[in-house]
Design a protein around this ligand. Sequence first.
Ligand code: HXC
Length: 262
Amino acid sequence: MTEPLVLTQTIGEGARRTGVITLHRPKQLNALNDALMDQLGAALQGFDADDGIGCIVVTGSEKAFAAGADISAMAKKTYAEAIAENFIGRNWETILTIRKPVIAAVSGFALGGGCELAMMCDFIIAADTAKFGQPEIKIGIIPGAGGTQRLPRAVGKSKAMDMVLTARMMDAAEAERAGLVSRVVPADKLMDEVLAAADAINALSPASVLLAKSCVNKAFEGGLADGVQHERRIFHSLFATEDQKEGMAAFLEKRKPAWTGR
Ligand code: HXC
C-alpha cells in the first residue's frame, strides 16, 4: 500500500461538510515530493467530486504547513529530467482546477513550494506562529510553482522582490498587513477559526459559491475590463437560479433561506 502522505477527514453535520486534508510528512516538515503531491491532488479531486462537501481545507502540522519542495528529491535532478517529467506542471497545480473553495490553514513554516501551495489556495488563514518565505534563491534556484507571479500580486512588487531576492521570512503579522493572509488567529484556535469560516461557506448556495470563486480568480488572470465583463455575465446568470429567488425572498420575509442548489 502507498504510504499516506496526506490524511483526509470530513468534518461537520449539515448537508454540506468540510473536507480537511492534512499534509503528513512531519519528520521532513512536510517537504513536498511527487508522491505527496499526487496524493494531495487525488484528495482534492475526491472532495471536489463529493456533493456532501462544500468547502476544503488544506493544512499541515503545528510546526510546518510545508517547508518547501523536497530538496533531497530535487538535488540531482537534471534540466532534461525536469523537462521530461514536467516537474511541477505534472501534479502540483491540480489545486487550481478545484471548483470548491480551498482554504489554507497555515501554522509554522510555509516556505518555498509550501508558500506557493498556500497561495494557490483561495485564501489563507494563519496562526500567529506562521512564517512565510521564498528562500529558493539560497539553494541556487528560484520559486518554481508560481511564487514569482502570485506573491507580487498578493503583497506588491517591493515586498515580493525583498522576499524572493533576500530570502527573508515574513511573520504572520506582516503577512496580514501585506495582504498575503486574510486573518491571523492564535495558534491553538487555528482549526476552530478555519472550520467556522468553512461552515459559513457550507451554509451558502453552492452555485453562487462556485461562481463567486471563479469570478475572484478572474481578477488574477486577465485585465480589469475582461474581469468585470465576466463578473457581469455570471451575476446575470444567477438570476436563473431558484436559490437567488429563495435567498432574496428569505431576506425580505426575515427567515433563513432553504437552499436547494437549483
Ligand atoms: C527536504 C527538508 C526540507 C525541505 C526541512 N527538511 N525542509 N527536507 N526538503 N524543503 C528536513 C530537514 O532536512 C530535517 O531533516 C528535518 O526536515 C527538520 O528540519 P530542520 O532543518 O532540522 O528544522 P529547523 O532547524 O527547525 O529548521 C526549519 C527550516 C529548515 C528553517 C524550515 O528546515 C529549512 O530551512 N528548510 C529548507 C527550507 C527551504 O529552503 N525551502 C525551499 C525549498 S525549494 P533531518 O533528516 O536532518 O532531520 C522549493 C522549490 C519550490 O520549495 C519550487 C518548486 C515547487
